[in-house]
Design a protein around this ligand. Sequence first.
Ligand code: PSU
Ligand code: MN
Length: 307
Amino acid sequence: MTDLPLTYSSEVAAARAEGRAIVALESTIITHGMPYPQNVETARLVEADIRAAGAVPATMAVMDGRIHVGLEDADLDRLAQARDVAKLSRADLALCLAQGGIGATTVAATMICSALAGISVFATGGIGGVHQGAADSFDISADLRELSETPVTVVAAGAKAILDLPKTLEVLETLGVPVIAYGQDAFPAFWSRDSGLAAPLRLNSAAEIAASHRMRATLGLPGGQLVANPIPVEAEIPSAALAPVIADAQAEADAQGIRGKAVTPFLLQRLFEMTEGATLTANIALVRNNARLAAQIARALVETRSA
Ligand code: PSU
Ligand code: MN
């Protein structure tokens, strides 16, 4: 393992030595998901939430030919302000490392980095999924396939409501990914608590989610779990209010020929502008909520670890 290109932050290195609970965080949300300076402010708040919940945050990014597992303050600033940061998924991770470039990790790449670093739990906002119009564009996020291959429990507020959620759930089912709603029956839709679709599975405690994670390992099943944690009530934007705005943003993306990796960042930025910041405020609240639940799950895994 020593020749893996992993660089641990001092905080994460200490947590590993002490066997403490660690929660991975992605960095595409910082570089491509939120505007500056809210992106860095949110990254710091989310890290603080994880510490307050008794775990240690490990924000992932690629810099100088190394996977950084946990970012020192100066590195976080550098990432948040750098231009031309690559958006790294499974396809781009190795090339960026080999070239010594600077890259932010998506859900898929963060899962890969987490597994390499021995981290079992990861918090994000919302996973990528099947895009609207996917029957023509074939645009299906690599996040879905990663969930079926890499053994990390991912806590998200469901999938972003800009996606085709029924098709996203179908693909997850085909790939054998457990989709577990936390504390409710409905699959949440990122900015809204209820997508109108039932989640396939439901659990009501971090301990149960940890036990299920552990049982998958015992059975030798590859792949992770998607924990769909609804946005807090006071922060949600009802889906009926958002639907027409999402349709307008999607129409703009289609008209401008936005494709591939650029689609999700384009839609998030346009929704931020069209709602005068309301989607960003909700996004920040849901990521923090996911970080707190992820910390509880990571702690439950540590507490039930056999000696
Ligand atoms: N969650 C957020 N904002 C984001 C993302 C997640 O609150 O920007 C990012 C994640 O990195 C996810 C990516 O992997 O969006 C999905 O991109 P795509 O649809 O191109 O796979
Ligand atoms: Mn895509």
